[in-house]
Design a protein around this ligand. Sequence first.
Ligand code: ASN
Ligand code: ZN
Ligand code: CA
Length: 304
Amino acid sequence: VTASATSGYGYGVNGGYKALNTYYSSGTYYLYDVTKPMSGVIRTTTAKNGTSIPGWYSVDSNNAWTAYSQGADVDAHYNAGKVYDYYYNTHNRNSYDNSGSTLTSTVHYGSNYNNAFWNGSQMVYGDGDGSTFAPLSGALDVVAHELTHAVTERTAGLQYQYQSGALNESMSDVFGYFLDSGDWLMGEDVYTPGVGGDALRSLSNPEAYGQPSHMNDYVNTSSDNGGVHTNSGIPNKAGYLTISSIGKSAAEKIYYRALTVYLTPTSDFSDARAALLQSAADYYGSGSSTYNAVANAWNQVGVY
Ligand code: ASN
Ligand code: ZN
Ligand code: CA
């Protein structure tokens, strides 16, 4: 045979060994995963430090993706598979659109680019400048954050401005936590590679990174689409308090149901409280300990 699914391996951004679902065709290996129960595939491409998207397939000659420069490609592919598996196994969701569509990740976007984003069709990751960021695909919580923007776009459709936008950001951070639940930090694996213990944001202590955690400190601004990356600290803190109280497995059920059933494009923080309470009532009953924990969490951040 000249073409087939293959199993390779490589080293990620931070040096870790990663088993990879790859593909072989005509003497070349690709980061192209056909093993998932999708109609599409999971594939990884490179912009070769330009801005063409999706650019060119990431390729290797012997299926050992061990070059230092391949770390971003390895982790984008590996982490996209982890997030796909999470949504499929935990929420019975098949890819971002729940129709099994292809997940494309483009790495090496731009030069020293300190960001990552979902562009409406695919994920895109910069390499970082080496001091503010390492290649951003190296962080599972960042990959989950970006892919959750795609899920949100296809479900609640939360408008990316003001409170609905901050909720959109918070959903991405909360699902980032569900995928990377060993800490309450976002982006710690790629943020300031020369500095230990810091991160982009914290769900448990938003103030540590300049975010409010109570409506008394809500930031009224028109920059950053109305403070979407600032005021997300308020629903993030409510998420932390909820998860700490009821546990991850109950929390992820009610968050997913709120996102996919109850929230709408114009939902605000108060609507999020109501959506999560309704989801808790659906699963555990109105007045259950789970329901009361959700109410207490939002009380503590001043959202009623
Ligand atoms: N990394 C940023 C985010 O996911 C970029 C963006 O899409 N605004 O929020
Ligand atoms: Zn985001
Ligand atoms: Ca984390």
